[in-house]
Design a protein around this ligand. Structure first.
Ligand SMILES: NC(=O)C1=CN([C@@H]2O[C@H](COP(=O)(O)OP(=O)(O)OC[C@H]3O[C@@H](n4cnc5c(N)ncnc54)[C@H](OP(=O)(O)O)[C@@H]3O)[C@@H](O)[C@H]2O)C=CC1
Ligand SMILES: CC(=O)N[C@@H](CCC(=O)OP(=O)(O)O)C(=O)O
Length: 313
C-alpha cells in the first residue's frame, strides 16, 4: 500500500529534511505544490484533504490554519511539527518512547515534540514517572542549539547577515514557548527555568539538566538514575544511554552529520551530591524531521526506524 503524504511548508528547513528522509521510499507518494502554489490556500486545502497523512512544517499560526482546512470527517491524519498543539486536547504528543508506540500508531492528530523538550523530557520524564526524582522540584535546563533550530530566518542571520554571533544566549523573558510542554509531559508541578543559547554551527544540540541530588529527599544516586534510564530505553535503536565513564568533554562539531539518534548521559560526582543529566541530539533529527518520520512510520504501521539516519549497529 502507498500512503499519500503532503508536507505543508515543504520549502522550509524541517520540511526539506523530511522530504530527504522519504526520498526513495516506495511506501509513500509525496503530494507536492510548486513555488507559485505552496502558499495558496485553495491548493493547500486540496492537498491537505487528499493526503493520508499531512505533515505540517509551518509557523504556529499557519499550522492552526492548516488544521482548520482539513475536513474532520475525512481520512487525513496529521503530524504537526510546530508548537501549536503540543499540550492541546485531542492531540497525541508524538514522543513514542514516552507515550507508547501504540498510542502514536492509533492517533489521528500527532504533535511532534519541540527540539529542546525532546532532550529534557527524554532525561527527566522517566525518572519522575518512576519516582526517582521529585515532580515538585525546581528544575533548570541549560541548552545550546545549532542555528537551524531557528528556521530560515535564523539561518539567514548566521549565513548571510554579518557579523555572525560567536555565542547567542536568549530566552531572557523566561517565557520560552517550550515551557508548557516540558512541564506537562514530564508531569511537573512547576515550570522549568530554561536557559537556551545558539552556537554558530548548523545543527546539533546539547540539553543539560543539573541536579543537586544531595538536596533531594532520599539522596538518589546518579548510578540509579542512569540504570533507570537504561532500562527505560532498552531495545531502542534511537535513544541510547551511555555508561558511567565521564568524557572530558562533549563536543558539537562545526559540521555534524545528520542523525536521528539521541544519546543520554548521567554524570555524578564522587560524594553523590551533584549530577548532570545530558542529552545530545540533532535538532533536525530526533528534534524535528527524524521524529516526524518516526511518527509517520508508526501511523502507517511500518517499523519506526525505517528511513532514519541512525548509527550502523
Ligand atoms: N528547525 C528546527 O530545528 C525545528 C523546527 N520546528 C518547528 O517546525 C516548524 C517549521 O520550522 P522550520 O522548518 O524551522 O521553519 P522555516 O522557517 O525554515 O520554514 C517554514 C516554512 O513554512 C512556510 N510558510 C510560512 N507560512 C506559510 C503559509 N501560510 N502557507 C504555506 N507555507 C507557509 C515558509 O515559507 P517561506 O519559505 O516563503 O518563508 C517556510 O518555507 C515551526 O513551527 C518550527 O518551530 C520544530 C522542531 C525543530
Ligand atoms: C535555536 C532556536 O531558535 N530554536 C527555536 C526552537 C526550535 C523548535 O523546537 O521549534 P518549535 O518549538 O517551534 O518546534 C526557539 O528557541 O524558538
Amino acid at each position: 500500500m502507498t500512503h499519500k503524504v503532503f508536507i505543508d511548508g515543504a520549502a522550509g528547513t524541517t520540511g526539506l529534511e523530511i522530504a530527504e528522509r522519504l526520498a526513495g521510499r516506495s511506501e509513500f507518494s509525496l503530494l507536492t505544490l510548486d513555488d507559485a502554489q505552496r502558499k495558496d490556500a485553495d491548493a493547500r486545502r486540496e492537498a491537505l484533504n487528499e493526503a493520508d497523512v499531512a505533515i505540517l512544517c509551518l509557523p504556529d499560526d499557519a499550522a492552526r490554519e492548516a488544521v482548520e482546512m482539513i475536513d474532520p470527517a475525512g481520512g487525513t491524519r496529521v503530524i504537526d511539527a510546530s508548537s501549536a498543539h503540543r499540550t492541546a486536547e485531542g492531540w497525541c504528543y508524538g514522543f513514542p518512547e514516552l507515550v507508547g508506540r501504540e498510542r502514536v500508531a492509533d492517533a489521528r492528530r500527532v504533535s511532534n515534540p519541540g527540539c529542546y523538550p525532546t532532550g529534557f523530557l527524554a532525561l527527566v520524564a522517566p525518572l519522575v514517572l518512576e519516582g526517582l526524582i521529585p515532580k515538585d522540584w525546581p528544575y533548570t535546563v541549560n541548552a545550546v542549539s545549532g542555528y537551524s533550530g531557528g528556521g530560515k530566518a535564523l539561518i539567514e542571520r548566521y549565513e548571510i547577515s554579518n557579523p555572525t554571533p560567536a555565542f547567542r544566549a536568549y530566552g531572557y523573558d523566561l517565557a520560552h514557548k517550550h515551557l508548557p510542554e516540558m512541564k506537562a509531559h514530564a508531569g511537573l508541578d512547576h515550570p522549568v527555568l530554561f536557559a537556551p543559547a545558539v552556537i554558530p554551527a548548523y545543527r546539533g544540540m546539547i540539553v543539560e539538566v543539573p541536579l543537586h541530588l544531595g538536596a533531594m529527599e532520599g539522596n538518589p544516586h546518579a548510578d540509579a538514575l542512569r540504570d533507570a534510564l537504561s532500562r527505560f530505553y532498552e531495545g531502542s535503536q534511537i535513544v541510547s544511554v551511555e555508561g558511567s565513564h565521564a568524557p572530558s568533554e562533549l563536543v558539537l562539531e562545526q559540521e555534524e552529520a545528520p542523525t536521528d539518534a539521541m544519546q543520554l548521559f548521567v554524570f555524578g560526582n564522587e560524594g553523590g551530591w551533584n549530577a548532570r543529566l545530558v542529552a545530545k541530539l540533532d535538532n533536525l533529527g530526533k528534534g524535528a524531521s527524524g521524529a516526524a518520520v518516526q511518527n509517520l512510520n508508526l501511523l502507517c504501521g511500518l517499523p519506526e526506524t525505517t528511513g532514519l539516519h541512525l548509527p550502523i549497529a
